[in-house]
Every structure is written in C-alpha cells, then in structure tokens.
Design a protein around this ligand. Structure first.
Ligand SMILES: NC(=O)c1ccc[n+]([C@@H]2O[C@H](COP(=O)([O-])OP(=O)(O)OC[C@H]3O[C@@H](n4cnc5c(N)ncnc54)[C@H](O)[C@@H]3O)[C@@H](O)[C@H]2O)c1
Length: 334
C-alpha cells in the first residue's frame, strides 16, 4: 500500500480525498492543515492523522506521496519540502505564481529523483480528452481556430479569502483561466503571440479576461475565463473547435458549483454534407483519473507525460503573458 499525505483540507483537498479512495493500492493516511476548524472537520469526516507542521509530518510519518492542495502562493515552498524529503509530489494547478518558482520546483524534484505532476485536470476530463482524440484522428481536419471558455460566480469558500487576493492567487486570469490555457496548448502546441483584455474586481484582481493567441502553425485561439458571474449563474465551460473539414462543439452548464456535474452534454460534430453527430463520453471522475494516472506512473516507473511541470509552466507563461498584454495594451511575443 502506498501512503499519501494530503496537504490542505479545503475545497480541492476534499475532491482529492474522495478520488484517492477509488485508487487501488493507495491510501491517504495523514493530512496537513493549519486552520484548526478545517482540521477538526476534516479529521471528523475522514478519521486520519493530522499535523499542523509539514516538517513534523515528514519526520514522523512514513509516506510515499505528498499531494499538495494548498493555496497557490504556498505551492513552491511545500513542493520543495516534499521533494527534499524524497517524496513523489502531486501539486494542484497553477504550478506557481511566477516562472522562476515553477523552474525551482521542477529543478528540486529532478535533483531529488522524485516524480512531479501538476493537476491540469482537463487532460483527464472525458469531453476534453475525447476532443483531443477526435482531433488526432483527423475528424475535423487541420485545426484553424479554438474557442475555450470557463465562467463561474466568485469562489467565496477560501480561508481568509486568499483566492480573491491578486498577490496570493493571481486572480481568475491565472487560477481559473489556466485550465483552458493548458488545454489549448495541448491541442495547438506552443503559443507565439498573445493579446488580452481583462477587467478587475473591486479587490483589484484580474477576474475576467479574454485572451487571444496565435500559435506556431498559424492557428488562433480565443480563451475566456472569469469568476465574476452573478447570482445563480451556472458554472459554464466548453469549447468550439474549427477545422478545415468540420467543427467540434461542447458546452457544459452545471449548478452554481462545478461539483454539481450530474448531467451529460454530448460533444457535437458538424461536417459539410452530414447531419450533426452527437458523441457521448463516459462520466468518469476526472480527478480520480488524474490521480490514478499519477499513481500508475509511480508504481510502474513510467515517465509522466500529462500534467508535466513543463506543460504547467507553458500554461503559466501563457496566462502571465495575457496579464501583461491586458495591462500594457500590447501584443506579447513568447
Ligand atoms: N483542479 C481544479 O479543478 C481546482 C479546483 C479548485 C482549486 N484548485 C487549486 O487548488 C489549490 C487550493 O484551492 P482550494 O479551492 O482548495 O482552496 P481552499 O481555500 O478551499 O483550501 C486551501 C486549504 O489550505 C489551507 N491552508 C494552509 N495554509 C494556509 C495559508 N497560509 N493560507 C490559507 N490557507 C491555508 C486552508 O486552511 C485550506 O484548508 C489552489 O492552487 C487552486 O488553484 C484546483
């Protein structure tokens, strides 16, 4: 049995906790959390050992994997501690707030010979994976243009509202938007030119952004992300991918929160001379799929190819370039 230390007891830590339960041969045996109320509630629910210091945890507990579900501004510090203790590391996205931090994290994991994966979950999300497969099979021919979008109401659950503070989370333009930045990179490769316009929330955070990208082979993308939606606006995400021979489209609308993701919306394929074709995708838990993948890579000694620190860093570069473009009003060349 591989033992896992879960870092954090917040929103995504609970999602990971449930997902790890479905991974055969893995067990979350201990968690780290500094907020006493969060710690108490998590311990009552899951009945596992708790520490409020990671160094004590690493000294006293024999774990193989550290799963970091902490606020983004803490990612670098905790990845370094875990890797220096010789543990394999899974870290939630965004990898970090700066490229320098991301490079340090990658370096420390490499030097310690531990596996390092970043939670770019769209690479495991049924409808995103299926679209990638269809594109690779040539279902719509050469890709010309991609639209991707992700919209939600403000996340209000975070401890001390760290997520709404631009210096701690980077705002929606970094936090939420980075999912689609990574996905579009996965489809189109290396971004070359970036322009963006965004708006700030009252807290000064860049929380709604339109990012326009030109890729190496001339394909273009328009990526929209924001968490300034109001009232009961449902969590909404999706894509529209235009190829020389067809269009792939998928839109998902959940309850107010992404967790309420019960309904199935099919992908739709449009091609000239053919009726619209609906493609249903099995609704496996994407968080479970990504953690299972990470676990299998460790167990079988395979290299990680999805959610690599390089991919996470490229997504961060794109999101940071969008922020720079939005602030300066000029096109950023990568
Ligand atoms: N992959 C996804 O779909 C997804 C979804 C949500 C969040 N995330 C990412 O996961 C990470 C955590 O986000 P979350 O929504 O779970 O946040 P959260 O605020 O719900 O949870 C963070 C936890 O870290 C703890 N913590 C420890 N030290 C802290 C400190 N110094 N300041 C504040 N909190 C501290 C908090 O008490 C809390 O339990 C972020 O990087 C976020 O971007 C990813």
């Amino acid at each position: 049995m591989y033992k896992i230390a879960l870092l954090g007891a917040g929103f995504i830590a609970s999602v990971h906790m449930e997902a790890w339960k479905k991974v055969d041969g893995a067990e979350v045996s201990v968690f780290f959390e500094t907020n006493p109320e969060k710690a108490r509630a998590f311990q009552e629910k899951y009945g596992i050992a708790h520490y409020d210091s990671l160094s004590n945890l690493l000294r006293n507990e024999n774990v193989d994997i550290v799963d970091i579900c902490l606020p983004t501004f803490l990612h670098r510090e905790y990845v370094e501690m875990a890797a220096n203790a010789g543990k394999h590391v899974f870290c939630e996205k965004p990898i970090a707030l700066t490229i320098d931090d991301a490079a340090t994290m990658q370096d420390v994991c490499r030097r310690n010979g531990v596996k390092f994966m970043v939670g770019h979950v769209l690479r495991f999300w049924g409808e995103y994976v299926k679209a990638k497969e269809l594109l690779q099979e040539g279902a719509i021919g050469k890709i010309l243009a991609v639209e991707a979008f992700r919209l939600s109401v403000s996340p209000t659950w975070s401890v001390d509202s760290w997520i709404l503070k631009p210096d701690l989370s980077g705002g929606a333009a970094l936090d939420l938007h980075i999912h689609d930045c990574d996905y579009v990179n996965w489809i189109l490769g290396s971004p070359k030119e970036v322009f963006a316009w965004g708006v700030r929330s009252v807290a000064g955070s860049l929380d709604h952004i339109f990012t326009e990208v030109r890729y190496e082979d001339g394909a273009v993308a328009s990526i929209q992300g924001g968490w300034m939606m109001k009232g009961d606006f449902p969590f909404t995400c999706g894509y529209r991918i235009l190829g020389e021979q067809g269009v792939l489209e998928w839109t998902f609308r959940a309850g107010v929160n992404i967790e309420e993701r019960g309904q199935i919306n099919p992908i739709i394929l449009y091609r000239n001379g053919e009726g619209r074709k609906t493609i249903e995708v099995s609704s496996e838990d994407p968080y479970c799929c990504e953690l299972q993948y990470f676990f299998d890579c460790i167990k079988e000694g395979k290299p990680i190819e999805k959610g690599t620190p390089e991919q996470a860093t490229l997504a961060l570069k794109l999101a940071l370039a969008a922020r720079t473009a939005s602030e300066s009003g000029v096109v950023v060349r990568l």
